[in-house]
Ligand binder design. Structure first.
Ligand SMILES: CC(C)(COP(=O)(O)OP(=O)(O)OC[C@H]1O[C@@H](n2cnc3c(N)ncnc32)[C@H](O)[C@@H]1OP(=O)(O)O)[C@@H](O)C(=O)NCCC(=O)NCCS
Length: 216
């Protein structure tokens, strides 16, 4: 299983709890208190063997249920789908895919969630950051987007931290859940080609400027 350890990331992704002071308890108590104190967040691949864990996480965390085709497709997603582990226990997951509708190449976050007792520990951040790293490495996406229920204030606040904005509200987006409306949250990206073109343009302008100053 390819794991991405939070220890490779900035310290803000890792969590450190103070070591318990040594106590004169039983051997077992001493062993527990002497266990590594660091809490670790890691991402791992979705495989045929842990697919049921992914389904369980999505069922518990999200208001929408997904069919078998969804999960078959996720198995082919590579880095775009990950399970999140907190001290070796699966507690969250992200599933995304490439969307080429509307003459654009966009990354669509289909699901992202973390079990309730493990929220506000940085696990969602590690998952979003992983997806942002994927799109940045690729360098050829117009934007990254997702749907979120209009009353899901926590998720909206969460995504805004990463530069996502509400760009549209879709009425009656969800079936059988209330409220049925969804916001589209989107983060616009700059393609590598556009960055290179802008850099070339600016260096041309600079060299033209130098040339014309030479002539004076
Ligand atoms: C949204 C969600 C993924 C966030 O995961 P998480 O692991 O709790 O997020 P993090 O701990 O990385 O939070 C990072 C920051 O986002 C913001 N944030 C996260 N949850 C928030 C909430 N409920 N309310 C306000 N701000 C929130 C905070 O600024 C937080 O930093 P802080 O804890 O230092 O204040 C999680 O709440 C969840 O699983 N929700 C249910 C599923 C869902 O709604 N998914 C989104 C649609 S795909």
């Amino acid at each position: 299983m390819a794991l991405i350890s939070s220890s490779d990331r900035p310290l803000s992704f890792g969590l450190f709890f103070p070591r318990k002071p040594p106590s004169a308890g039983s051997t077992m108590t001493r062993l527990i208190s002497e266990a590594p104190a660091r809490s670790n967040i890691e991402l791992g691949d979705v495989t045929y063997h842990n697919l049921k864990q992914l389904k369980k996480i999505n069922t518990v965390v999200l208001p929408v249920s997904y069919n078998d085709k969804f999960y078959v497709d996720v198995l082919q997603s590579g880095e775009l789908a990950k399970l999140a582990y907190y001290n070796d226990v699966v507690v969250g997951a992200v599933c995304s895919r490439i969307d080429t509708s509307e003459n654009m190449r966009r990354l669509y976050i289909m699901t992202l969630g973390c079990l309730y007792p493990y929220r506000r520990l940085g696990i969602g951040t590690v998952m979003v950051q992983h997806i942002l790293n994927c799109v940045e490495r690729d360098g050829n996406f117009d934007s990254i987007f997702l749907h979120v229920k209009v009353d899901n204030k926590g998720a909206i606040e969460f995504y805004k931290r990463f530069g996502f904005e509400i760009v549209e509200t879709k009425q009656h987006y969800y079936k059988r859940i209330e409220p049925a409306d969804a916001h589209v949250l989107q983060k616009t990206l700059t393609k590598k080609a556009a960055v290179a073109a802008a850099a070339a343009n600016s260096s041309n302008t600079t060299s033209q400027h130098h040339n014309s100053s030479d002539e004076e």
